[in-house]
Each structure stands twice: as C-alpha cells, then as structure tokens.
Design a protein. Sequence first.
Length: 516
Amino acid sequence: MPTSPSLAAALAALLEVAGAADVEESVARAEGESLAAAVAEGAPGAYVDWVAQTGGDRGAEDFAAAASRGRRWRSAPTTTLHDLAGSGHAEAGAYARALSEICTAAAALGEPSELTVHAAAQAAAAQLSAVPGRSVAGDSVTEAVAGLWHEVMGQLREVGARVGEVTGRPQTGPQGSPLDLGDVPAWAPGAFPGLGPVSADGGRAGRVAADEGAPHDIPGGQPALAARQEAAAPAVTPAAPVEPERTVEELLAELDALVGLAAVKGEVHRQVAVLKVEAKRAAAGLKTPDLTRHLVFTGNPGTGKTTVARLVGGIYRALGLLSKGQLVEVDRSELVAGYLGQTATKTAEVVASAAGGVLFIDEAYSLAGDQYGTEAVDTLVKEMEDRRDDLVVIVAGYPVPMEIFIAQNPGLASRFRTTIEFADYSDDELVAIFRQLAAKADYDVTDQVEDRFRSLLQGQERGATFGNGRYARNVLESAIGHQAWRLKDVDEPSVEQLRELRPEDLSGPSDGEDQP
C-alpha cells in the first residue's frame, strides 16, 4: 500500500518539479500551501499541523487566508498548472502529480475526517485531469489518470482507515475502511473514490465555502461547516412547466440559432436522423437496432449543456419517444441522502419526477466512489431500465472525470454510448452571445462597447474555471449595475440614456468596482 507523504515532503517534491519547469519557488510554494490548507480546512486542528510542516511563525489566521486562496483549486487546476498544461510544457504532468501528492498529504492534517478525505480526492482529480491530450506515462489519458488515481487512492486509504479509528464510525470496506478497494477490479463500481467530496449527509463538500465565501471555524471547524452545508442543501428541482408542443423542425431551428456549438448541433441532427429512420423501419415491420437514447455531455461550465438538454427533451417528445419532454436538472445533493438505504428512495423519487422527460445530472462524476454515490448510481441504473420507454438521462461534467465515471460501472457504460463534447466559445462567439443578451434586455452595444468586451476577454484565462457564456452574462449584469449607478442622479433619463451602455460600464473580475 502506498504511504502518504508528509506535507513537508510533498512540498519539497513540488518545489523540485517547479525548478525543472522554471517556475519560481515562491509561486509553487504558495500554491502548494494554499491547496493543502483548502483541502484540510474542515479538519479540527489541521492548522497546527499545517503551520508545523510549512515552517515559519504563522498561526490560524495565516492558515485561513491560505485556505481562502486555495479553495478554487479544489475543483480546478492551479494557475501554474493551467499555464504549464496550456503551453504543452514537458513538466506539466509531473507538476500535476506533485500537486496530487499535496492533496493526499493534506488529508492527514489534524484529526482525520471523511470531509477532508473526499476533498483531497476531488482536488487531486482536478489537478490530474488538467493535462488533456498528454500522457504521464506513455499511455492514453484515461489510463494515465487511472494509474495515478490508484496511487492517490492508495495513500488516501491510510487516512480513511484513521477516520474509523478516531470517529468510531463503523467501516464497511473489506480491510476496515470505506476507501479500501480490497480485491475490487480497477474499473469496478467504487474503484475511484472521491470524485466530488461528500459531507456526512451526502451533500457535496465545499459548495458553501467555494460559492459563498463562508468563513470557517478553524478549531473544531468541521461541525460548523457541516451545519452550513446541511442548511444550504437544496430541495429537488421541480419539473419545469410543460411547454406548448413544437415540431422537430422548430426545435432544431432553435438549436441551430444558438451561437457556436457546431459539433454539438451536428451530433444532435445525426441523432434525430437515426431515430427518424428507426421509427420508419418499425412502421415497415423491420427489425430495429437496440439504440440507447441516453447521452453524456462533456465540457467546461457555461458552454450550453443545460440549454441543449432542454431542447433534446423537446425533440424527443416531438418524435414520440417521450410523453412530456420536461427537463429535471439535479446534482449529487438532490440524489444522495444522509444514510444508506435512504439514498435509493431519494434517487427513485427524483427519477419518477423526470418520467416522461429528461433527467439532467450535472457534475455526475461526483457520484463516483463512495457508498452513498454508488447506491445512487445503482438505483439510477435500475430506474433507467424500468423506465427505458419513457425516460432519457443526460449526465454532464468535465471530460476526464466523466470518462472514468462511465467506464467504472458496466451498467452505465452499456447505457451511455454517445458522448457529445461542448467546446469552449471563441472570442467572436462570446461577443455574439454578449450582443444577444444585451439586445434581449433592451440595451445597445456599440462598437466601442464591443471593443471593451474584447479587451476584457483577452485578459481572461481560458481554463476549466472560465465561465464561457456565463462570463458574458456576468459582464453584462455588471455593466447594467454600473449604468444604473451612472444614471442615479438623472431624474428623467431619456430612452436613449436608459438603453445606452458605455465602455466604462464594463468591468472584468480584476477591475475595481466604483459603486457601493
């Protein structure tokens, strides 16, 4: 069994790789320390070990500040890794591997907990999957990532075993730990724990901290964090109202009118052609192939996956394959319950709400690896079979974690045979999206405003954390706020003034806000 390194040793290894990659030592050290703090911040007493192993006269406040800087890297590659991978640097794979060692070392800081073990697994996944198209050991991307996953999980098993010793919680694994794979084959269900951290109630760890910037209580911080997560856990998203029925041609026209997504449009058109011909063969009394209608959507955030999923539901209804065509969008927290046995019931209820339409599971890879997620997946597979004539399931997420997620479960692999990749938008496409959004909201975009938007795009890193279409929407919403502040003292603004956006109204994430 691989031995989990100390944080000090993991940092030393990271600095060695940084030297080979011509990365400044101070930059690499800051990334490693921040990533470790972000992984370990939910463990009571973690800051004491963190200070001891990182050196220097520091305390809980320094630990909290480092954790705040590193939280975004629990679900995305660090800035340096992003740059190395983007430039195709030969040391990108080694740097990703060194960061994964930081994650496993951080899981052992303070008092061990399931929260930090799963946070470590998710953060390691984000780093290891950041080098697309590049092999770490000469194999395919999936094989390389899978091999590193085995090493990471072997190290995390040790920490997982300590969880049971400290908490006294009964363990279910063959070797006494829920993270112990024992003799489970590499691609069997549960073989890759932690693709998405899990709190005690089955929710995704870190969502409150990452999205809301909620402060963490350092000593004894885990109970406070778990309480916030439980309070923030959303209810099942209700089914969208059934829209007036439209023809396949109308829905395909709406799809074609979307900005970009050429490959996506082509694949949807192909699927429609196949399904139409299948229906004609059945009407002619011919045998029809056993086609699966379930889909995998891969891509970064803001690339239109939910929008296309909704159109697919309408298209399938228009083709007579679904009775309603509604879209029910969920994530892990809507499928997983607080105790084993309850998850099956909760998942079945969600699937029932989507019957007749499309069940869209975002970040589906977060269901991989732990016993709660495995129970949800097993229930989902059964429900998909029972409702195969009136249900379509679409799972979505980042490419490499989704590939592993589908491959590890034979029931999923046999049902999800079609993957549609959503590419990032180009600058011209994002400008078109920005203009469309502004026009729909009755705002005017001049050439000068467009130039300002393009300059903001030039300053944006295009990694896994880039928002794509969401970025365009966020810039517009910020501009509207600036315009409102600019007109606050105008008693009776004209229609032209109310529609006008100026270049100075647009600000990027790094620009200062000049309004309260």
